[in-house]
Structure formats: C-alpha cells, structure tokens
Ligand binder design. Structure first.
Ligand code: COA
Length: 304
C-alpha cells in the first residue's frame, strides 16, 4: 500500500481528523479542529496520512511543544490509524514525519502517555520506535467516557522517545533485532508479574536483579469486554508492580513477544545511578542481555 503524509496547515485538514477521532475513541472526546489548527500554527505538529486512491485520511498524528525538566520537548497527544489501514506501516510513517519536524526544531525527545495494558501499542512504541518509560501516573485523565477507556481508572505510563539516537533510526528502518520473550525467559530473566492463564500472578524476584519481565494480557480490550472485574484486577496488579519498580530505578525498555504472538511482556532494566550512565559500554544506560549460545543483544536504550 502506498501512502503520502501531508502536514496540516489549514482548518480543512484539521477538520479531516474528526471522523478518525470519532471512529477511534468516540464522539464525546474530540479535540476541536480549531485547537488543532492553533497548535499547528504555534510550533506543534499535525499531519494526516492518505492511502493512494482514498480521499479520506487513513490516519493522523498531533502533538504540541512543551517544556519538561527545563528542556523543550514535543508532546504527542494523539495518533490514530483507521482499522483498515493498520499494520501497513502508515503509523510508523506518521511518527517519522513528527520526528523530522522535531529534529528540525532541535528537539530531541518526544513524549506521550500510553495505557500500559495495551499490548499492540506497547509493541508499536517499544519495538518499532525504540521508546522507554520510567514514569507511572495513576488515573491520569480521570474517568474517560470513550470506547477504549470507559469503565476503568485511566492509569498511564509516560513514554519517552529519544529521537536523535541511532536506536530510533535503527528501529524506524527495521534494522534492529528486537529480543524475543523466549530469549529473555531462557536467560532466566525473572517475572515481576505474569499472566497465569488469564489472571495476573505477581512474581517474587530477588532484589537487585538487572532485568525483569512484566507480562500483560495479549488483548486488553477483549478482556474488558469479557470480564470487567478481571480487567480491573490487571489494572491494579500492573500499577502495584510498576510504581515501586520505577521508584527503585527500573525503566521499561522493550516489549517482547513470544513466537505465537499470544504472550507479551515488558522488559525492565535497572538504570545505573545518575552519573554512572555514560560509563556503560555501548551508550547511556545500555547493557547487553545475553541469549543462549553467547550472542548478546544490546538493549541500547537511551536513558538521558
Ligand atoms: C496505535 C496505532 C496507531 C498503531 O498503528 P498500527 O498500524 O496498528 O501499528 P503497527 O501494525 O505498525 O504496529 C503494531 C505492532 O503491534 C503488533 N500487535 C498487534 N496486536 C498485538 C497484540 N495484541 N499484542 C502484541 N502485539 C500486537 C503488530 O503485529 C505490530 O507489530 P509487528 O509489525 O512487529 O508484528 C493503531 O493501532 C491505532 O490507531 N490504535 C487506536 C488508537 C490508539 O491506541 N492510539 C495510540 C495511543 S498511544
């Protein structure tokens, strides 16, 4: 499928995002096109993707300029691709265009929030873009009425995408080999939380482990439809696992899948204390995860 990405500069382009917003989340939570236009005209970025032969946009991305820890940072507020254009590469094209815009502005990090229980988004963010997270927000947006979020506390992880890195380049070009869940399990990386059938099962890893795994259900939206109270159990279990892990200095740097695609887990890596990070071989915060047979997979996460 061939796509073109068009940067939005007028109200018609911003209006064209509305049907995608409605289809993805629902009509109750639309970001008004006038606000998107104001963002686009004030250092932010709004872009739409079009498939050849289809006049309706296939997806869009929107974000604005912010300041984080005294540095300019782009905050990506929305990314959506219509269901019929998912798994086509368009989502990556939209993020690439956003990255180019930010690099031109001299910005080196794009941030956004993500539901930690959405395996598809985790795979997209961590494996295809090369993001990381070390921040957890409880019920960040409060009660949300839209179809993806309705009925559960809106806990979020804050995603950091260090865009001026070889890792981001390699992931976008599909050049980086992403470790597998089986590889990490063979290595004996312990689980902080795993799925036992459908249920969350906390692990008891030794203090000071360099790497940990945190499993999540493979389709959280389906689980919510089937069993709302189990979905809430998962929400609280992930919260109880991630909050203290982040407080102890871990960051999630990958989302690993098994060969069947039915099991997925975050790989957490304990960050060296500030001041020692650059001393790590291979770049800031990088540490090899060894697979059986001696080959090493460089985690390569940039932890600024
Ligand atoms: C998020 C979104 C833009 C990503 O676009 P996409 O076209 O689905 O993304 P891609 O297919 O390129 O990447 C998703 C990856 O997750 C994988 N995936 C899909 N379902 C999965 C699941 N249940 N578990 C694990 N991985 C899954 C895909 O196979 C793909 O990985 P692969 O190419 O390595 O196999 C799109 O899914 C979307 O619009 N979702 C609804 C809105 C939303 O959640 N926005 C983002 C908020 S952060």
């Amino acid at each position: 499928m061939t796509f073109r990405v068009e940067v939005a500069a007028d109200i018609a382009a911003c209006v064209a995002t509305v049907p995608i917003q409605e289809e993805t989340w629902s009509g109750d939570v639309i970001v008004p096109p006038q606000l998107l236009l104001a963002i686009a005209h004030n250092a932010g970025f709004v872009a739409l993707g079009y498939a050849e032969g289809d006049d309706r946009p296939a997806g869009f991305v929107a974000g604005f300029l912010g300041i984080h820890d005294h540095h300019f940072r782009h905050h990506s507020h929305m990314l959506a691709v219509r269901p019929e254009y998912r798994h086509t590469g368009l989502a990556v094209r939209l993020k690439e265009a956003q990255r180019d815009h930010c690099l031109d502005q001299g910005i080196e990090t794009i941030g956004w929030t993500m539901d930690p229980l959405e395996a598809r988004n985790a795979r997209f963010n961590f494996a295809k873009l090369g993001t990381l997270t070390r921040t957890y927000h409880r019920d960040f947006y409060g009660a949300m009425p839209d179809k993806l979020n309705e009925g559960l506390p809106s806990d979020r992880i804050y995603i950091e995408w260090p865009i001026a890195t070889d890792r981001a380049d390699a992931r976008l070009r599909g050049r980086d080999e992403v470790p597998t869940l089986e590889g990490a399990e063979r290595e004996g990386v312990p689980y902080l939380l795993r799925a036992d059938a459908d249920r969350p099962m906390p692990g008891d890893p030794a203090a000071g482990e360099s790497h940990l795994l945190l499993g999540i259900p493979c389709d959280f939206q389906d689980l919510k439809r089937r069993d709302r109270s189990l979905a809430l159990e998962w929400r609280l279990a992930v919260r109880r696992a991630l909050e203290p892990a982040f407080a102890r200095g871990y960051a999630a740097v990958e989302f690993l899948r098994d060969a069947s695609g039915e099991r997925g887990a975050y790989l957490l890596f304990r960050q060296p204390p500030p001041g020692q990070r650059d001393a790590q071989p291979g770049g800031a915060g990088a540490e090899p995860l060894r697979e059986e047979g001696g080959s090493s997979i460089r985690m390569g996460a940039q932890l600024p």
